[in-house]
Design a protein around this ligand. Structure first.
Ligand code: C5P
Length: 221
């Protein structure tokens, strides 16, 4: 039986940074589900689909075959066989993902892939609906959040460090809009599972958050 840790939360709460560190410490596989939604979004953008055009998303999403492989412990997302890791981290792709992920057919395609990965390995999986829908029986569930201004600032610094800066105000506006869409969609909305532990990282360092989650895991046994 595999041991599964689910981490959900809004954009920019630090889920992937924290989950990667935890996975390394525990020797688990890190599964970044946002990257899968982003890969489908990239496909749709390449097909010139507009983010609000639900009919076209539905019609075109079947052309996106998303699979996962691992290289030196890093998750590689393959879109129709192409490694798209370097192409999916833009705000444009994130915003498209937040629209296309509200379409049930898109979610259905990815949920089974995510569940398969968790059935075969000890995983730390992050996303929006992991504790509520994908892995409702996860051994540990964390809801990671932070103030939207703090999340925007972190994202601003991350993009600047990568050499692809964006204005702070635009990032905060996008983050707030994206959260609202993720929280208010009908299917698998972003919400804290009843049995998830809330961790607010607004005033915590990365190492403090990692330690807090390890402590939660120890207590659960
Ligand atoms: O986490 P990340 O910012 O990469 O996710 C991009 C978008 O993909 C989110 O805004 C959300 O709409 C969608 N997503 C989702 N369910 C997940 C993971 C991501 O709907 N499990």
């Amino acid at each position: 039986m595999s041991y599964n840790i689910a981490i959900d939360g809004p954009a920019g709460a630090g889920k992937s940074t924290i989950a990667k560190k935890l996975a390394k410490k525990l020797g688990y596989v890190y599964v970044d589900t946002g990257a899968m939604y982003r890969a489908i979004a990239l496909f749709l953008l390449r097909e010139k689909v507009q983010p609000q055009d639900t009919d076209s998303i539905l019609a075109k999403c079947t052309g996106a075959d998303v699979t996962i492989s691992y290289q030196d412990g890093e998750q590689i997302v393959l879109l129709n066989g192409e490694n798209v890791n370097g192409l999916i981290r833009t705000e444009k792709v994130g915003n498209m993902a937040s629209n296309s992920s509200a379409v049930p057919a898109v979610r259905d395609r990815l949920r089974s892939l995510q569940q398969e990965l968790a059935a075969n390995e000890n995983v730390i999986m992050d996303g929006r609906d992991i504790g509520t829908c994908v892995l409702p029986d996860a051994d540990v569930k964390i809801f990671l959040t932070a103030d939207s201004a703090v999340r925007a600032r972190r994202r601003f610094e991350e993009l600047a460090a990568k050499g692809t800066p964006e204005p702070l105000e635009k990032i905060e506006k996008d983050i707030i809009e994206r959260d609202a869409r993720d929280r208010n969609r009908e299917i698998s909305p972003l919400k804290q599972a009843e049995d998830a532990v809330l961790v607010d990282t607004s005033e915590m360092t990365i190492d403090e958050v990692v330690e807090a989650i390890l402590e939660i895991c120890r207590k659960k046994g």
